[in-house]
Design a protein around this ligand. Structure first.
Ligand code: PLP
Length: 415
């Protein structure tokens, strides 16, 4: 039986929180409880200043001279920072493009590394862009590739007879339910079948304690604007396992991925390591923002981040569980914290209106069609009392049907 915590318990957790000081490094508006860092991370201090300096001084005054100092060093520095959070060798990580584009490159490279096999295996419940990109690649490759969707989250059965599987694609943490897959088991199953494994870390980078270097994962992609706080449309990252550094080829052979891009050679020679997956000119303004955002993680133990993430989720659940009868709302996430990333999701037939009513109360979560309410927990800027208050508001809105008003049903283009 879970004991229902009180607000004093949450305050005590805040007093004992080793990460408590990091909240001051974010520019959060007062009176907002922000539980949507899994969609767009909060603004870290220092980002606005870094971008302003880049625009006004480096671009405005330095002009093209700024490419040599300081811009050319930024992409590798950002990749190094992300590598640290992923538990990866810095040469195995590169930062470029969106997740969608990096996924295309990773899947195409995987298919090229497994000639004679044509199946791209992924879960039909995957984030839509991942499915669209896999489908688009299969159309481009014609006979040589097809997408096979599984619908029960179980890869092991199709992999038992997996002689045709070139690559398995899966999210580590589900964007919808927050369910976290057992990476080690999946990688082993894919490799036993002779397939490669591509993982989407969009919902785990920056909140889950990862060890990519020893995971066996072949390629990984992930998002720069969720828990890494890089800002709207921040560049994403691509990890390429060192074992593939010699043989992996990108389908987008841009000049920045060339071994010597200012030699202007007529033929493409791939750069060493993951950097060959670069395409065109670096988006410096976005990289500067991401670099400054990642500086907040300097010296942070990812084990401590994960521990707080679990504790925040457990506090929220303990607070809502006694009040949320199944007819009011059902938990969509796994009950056991070791099976979850850093979010809790709930089913509610009027979930959209519930989220709008919560936003009016200063509690920002989000809604994913058809009926899922999501609350993400970003341990660097959330206090236990925030999560406690958000849980109170959620219970109140659902139990009193405060969501049941026309103004909460009006939909914007982005939910
Ligand atoms: C957020 C997210 C993306 C985002 O893709 P972009 O191309 O960067 O917009 C992709 N995949 C998953 C699983 C995500 O959660």
């Amino acid at each position: 039986m879970i004991q229902t915590p009180g607000r004093a318990d949450a305050e005590a957790l805040d007093r004992a929180d080793p990460l408590a000081a990091y909240r001051d490094r974010f520019a959060l508006p007062p009176d907002i409880c922000y539980l949507d860092g899994n969609s767009l991370g909060a603004l870290p201090g220092g980002v606005a200043e870094a971008v302003a300096e880049t625009v006004e001084q480096q671009w405005g005054v330095g002009l093209v001279r700024s490419w040599n100092d300081p811009w050319v060093d930024i992409p590798a520095r950002v990749a190094g920072r992300i590598a640290g959070l992923l538990g990866a060798d810095p040469a195995a990580v590169t930062v470029a493009d969106s997740v969608s584009v990096n996924l295309f490159k990773a899947l195409a490279a995987s298919c090229l590394l497994r000639p004679g096999r044509s199946t791209i295996l992924c879960d039909g419940g995957e984030f839509p862009t991942d499915l669209y990109v896999a489908d688009g690649l299969a159309r481009l490759l014609g006979e040589r590739a097809r997408v096979r969707l599984i619908d029960d989250g179980d890869f092991e059965v199709p992999l038992r007879d997996g002689a045709d599987v070139a690559v398995v694609l899966a999210s580590h943490v589900s964007f919808r339910t927050g369910a976290m897959r057992d990476l080690g088991r999946l990688v082993a199953a894919a490799h036993r079948a002779g397939a490669l494994f591509v993982v989407d870390l969009s919902h785990s980078a920056g909140v889950v304690d990862l060890d990519l270097a020893s995971s066996g994962v072949d390629f990984a992609v992930g998002c720069g604007y969720k828990y890494l706080n890089g800002g709207p449309g921040a560049p994403s990252f691509l990890y390429v396992a060192p074992a593939h550094h010699e043989a992996a080829r990108t389908p987008i052979q841009g000049w920045i991925g060339h071994a010597d891009f200012f030699a202007f050679e007529p033929t493409y020679r791939p750069a060493a390591g993951a950097a060959r997956f670069q395409g065109g000119t670096w988006p410096i303004l976005s990289l500067v923002a991401l670099d400054a955002a990642l500086a907040v993680f300097d010296g942070v133990s990812m084990a401590a981040v994960r521990a707080k993430s679990v504790a925040l989720g457990e506090l929220f659940l303990a607070r809502v569980a006694p009040w949320l009868a199944p007819e009011l709302s059902r938990l969509a996430s796994p009950r056991r914290p070791e099976r979850r990333g850093s979010q809790l999701a709930f089913h509610h037939d009027d979930g959209y209106a519930v989220v709008q009513a919560l936003i009016e109360r200063g509690v920002i979560g989000d809604f994913r069609t058809p009926d899922v309410i999501r609350f993400g927990f970003a341990p660097l800027y959330l206090r236990y009392v925030d999560v406690f208050d958000a849980a109170e508001a959620f219970v109140e809105v659902v139990r009193t049907r405060a969501w049941d008003a026309p103004r909460f049903r009006e939909r914007g283009a982005v939910t």
